[in-house]
Design a protein around this ligand. Structure first.
Ligand SMILES: CC(C)(COP(=O)(O)OP(=O)(O)OC[C@H]1O[C@@H](n2cnc3c(N)ncnc32)[C@H](O)[C@@H]1OP(=O)(O)O)[C@@H](O)C(=O)NCCC(=O)NCCS
Length: 209
């Protein structure tokens, strides 16, 4: 029987639970470090992230939006236990590689010769076109579009509905605001907003998601 433990009983976790059911998982439990949370999407919260070793015959997925925390828990769990979840109503070219612990949500499209790293989120209705390289723990938010031959560095977060034009490079640890349009390379980590993007007033990275 396919069993899955989802770390993070959040809204993001709920969406992941739905994908898991569609992928044939029959037993699903949540682990969450907030002791007040007892269920998520109708599934039990059975412990905290520290309890992961008790679920040695379960596949594991980390449902935490913050890229830095997601990365930390990935290392704690170990790559060999992490699964990759792909919604059956996403469209993924046969020539795409996808790393461990990545989730691809409903309606997402990933085109030919693109590489998606470990622990990424390709969210609902997002698209990543041909020949892209998406670094580990990147989040492409709902409805964001990445054109062809784009490189995105590790832990960068592309906000909801943002667009990245073709042949662009974005470095690690950037926040691209919701609705932003990126038309030239971004070489310094920070927060970028607007059409086309300008460096936001806040230049730190919070690793959110
Ligand atoms: C860019 C972002 C991180 C900034 O957050 P923040 O640092 O808390 O900024 P604030 O909300 O305090 O806003 C600061 C200013 O920037 C403006 N601003 C914030 N986000 C903006 C955006 N995406 N585009 C244009 N302007 C934006 C605000 O209107 C505000 O302007 P003002 O000072 O003239 O009033 C955030 O607004 C954002 O876009 N997050 C993405 C959320 C998302 O995509 N979630 C998807 C989940 S799947």
């Amino acid at each position: 029987m396919k069993r899955l433990a989802i770390i993070g009983a959040s809204g993001h976790g709920k969406v992941i639970a739905d994908i898991a059911v569609k992928n044939g998982y029959k037993e699903i439990v949540f682990l969450d470090d907030n002791p007040n949370v007892q269920e998520c999407a109708g599934f039990r919260v059975v412990g905290t992230s520290e309890d992961v070793d008790k679920y040695s015959d379960y596949d594991i997925i980390v449902a935490i939006g913050n890229a830095s925390i997601r990365k930390k828990i990935h290392k704690q769990v170990g790559e060999y236990r992490l699964t990759t979840l792909i919604h059956p109503q996403s469209v993924i070219s046969r020539r795409v590689t996808i790393g461990k612990g990545t989730v691809v949500m409903a309606g997402a499209i990933i085109n030919s010769d693109t590489k998606i790293g470990e622990g990424c989120i390709i969210n609902t209705g997002a698209s990543v076109d041909h020949d892209c390289s998406i670094g580990d723990f990147v989040h492409v938010s709902v409805g964001a579009h990445i054109a062809g031959t784009v490189t995105i560095g590790k832990r960068t977060w592309i906000g909801a509905g943002a667009t990245v034009s073709n042949n662009i490079e974005i470095c690690s640890e950037c926040m691209i605001g919701a609705g932003a349009v990126v038309v030239s390379n971004i070489k310094e980590k920070g927060t970028y907003i607007g059409v086309p993007v300008k460096n936001g007033r806040r230049t730190y990275f919070r690793g959110g998601g």
